[in-house]
Design a binder for this molecule. Structure first.
Ligand code: NAD
Length: 289
């Protein structure tokens, strides 16, 4: 199938130095877009952007950006409009994972996850949406998660922020359409990216669950990660078709369908998962402490 094109369009991708964000950047550049990879790791963003430029895929720039900083997000959006004349696409994609038994999470854990995963998306909307209204066009694509459609156990803070991102996106979509602006939400299943092996965010209090990675969690709940490139390709085709909710890979939608057909049955499934994760990951790990 011929992939949809983005010739002449300018896109900002937050969290663009790694994983899904980088795959978005590479695919957008390959499909003709001018791309800004914005990431809290400014060096990695610059290196990855140069890598894409060297492979002669579109025009790509890397900038340092912490999406928790409202003014900094606005500055990147304004600077991009100054350079390119418009921001056609904003991918609010930066996110962190956080898991563990909820009784072990402190206010600091919750704040960090909310600040990056929710407030970071809000900051993108605050910066770009009014300017897209002025432009009369634009597309905001927020990365949530399958965990934003049906909440799995032992990742409550993460799932809460991702549900909020789904709610923000679906609430904004019909309102934005009145101004010619589009809004989509991406809900990936398990994707092969560095997030799966990342240590806990620096500066947060240790928990007994801290040594457990997202990869180990996914293995216990039997989710096999798919390549980020595949997710980015499918997502961009969905963006071009202005899909409201883009689930990738398609198999990640199974629990969501079940949840809509029978919420009771879906809760039985998440109940089973809770017992399995508790037995195989939480309890053995707690004994180590
Ligand atoms: N990988 C998966 O299985 C999966 C599944 C569902 C949803 N997601 C979501 O996809 C998005 C991308 O995740 P990924 O898997 O590519 O992870 P990743 O760790 O590979 O990439 C995330 C990027 O975001 C950046 N980042 C983190 N905090 C930031 C901040 N405050 N400001 C700016 N940049 C920041 C990191 O430096 C990193 O480059 C996240 O929102 C994540 O929740 C991932």
């Amino acid at each position: 199938m011929a992939h949809t094109r983005f010739d002449g369009e300018t896109a900002i991708v937050t969290g663009g130095a790694s994983g899904i964000g980088f795959a978005f950047g590479a695919e957008l550049a390959a499909r003709g877009a001018t791309v800004v990879l914005a990431d809290r790791d400014g060096d990695a963003a610059a290196e990855r952007a140069a890598e894409l430029d060297r492979s002669r895929k579109g025009s790509v720039r890397g900038v340092e950006l912490d999406v928790r900083d409202e003014d900094a997000v606005r500055a990147v959006v304004v600077d991009t409009i100054d350079r390119s004349g418009a921001v056609d696409l904003l991918f609010n994609n930066a996110g962190i994972s956080a898991g563990g038994p909820t009784h072990e999470l402190t206010g600091e854990h919750w704040d960090r996850v909310i600040d990056v995963n929710l407030r970071g998306v809000v900051n993108g909307v605050l910066a770009a949406y009014p300017l897209m209204i002025e432009q009369g066009h634009g597309h905001i694509v927020n990365t949530a998660s399958g965990a934003g459609l049906v909440a799995p156990p032992f990742v409550t803070a993460y799932a809460a922020t991702k549900h909020a991102v789904v709610g923000l996106s679906l609430g904004l979509r019909p309102e934005a359409a009145l101004h010619g602006v589009r809004v989509s939400v991406l809900c990936p299943g398990a994707v092969e990216t560095p997030i799966l092996d990342r240590p806990p965010e620096p500066g947060l209090p240790p928990t007994a669950a801290a040594p457990v990675t997202a990869r180990e969690y996914l293995a216990v709940v039997r989710q096999k990660p798919v390549p980020a490139e595949r997710v980015a390709r499918r997502a961009l085709d969905g963006v071009r078709r202005n899909r409201a909710v883009i689930v990738a890979p398609p198999s990640a939608a199974t629990l969501w369908y079940l949840h809509r057909v029978s919420p009771w049955l879906a809760l039985r499934v998440t109940g089973m998962l809770a017992r399995k994760v508790d037995r195989e990951l939480v309890r053995p790990n707690t004994r180590l402490q």
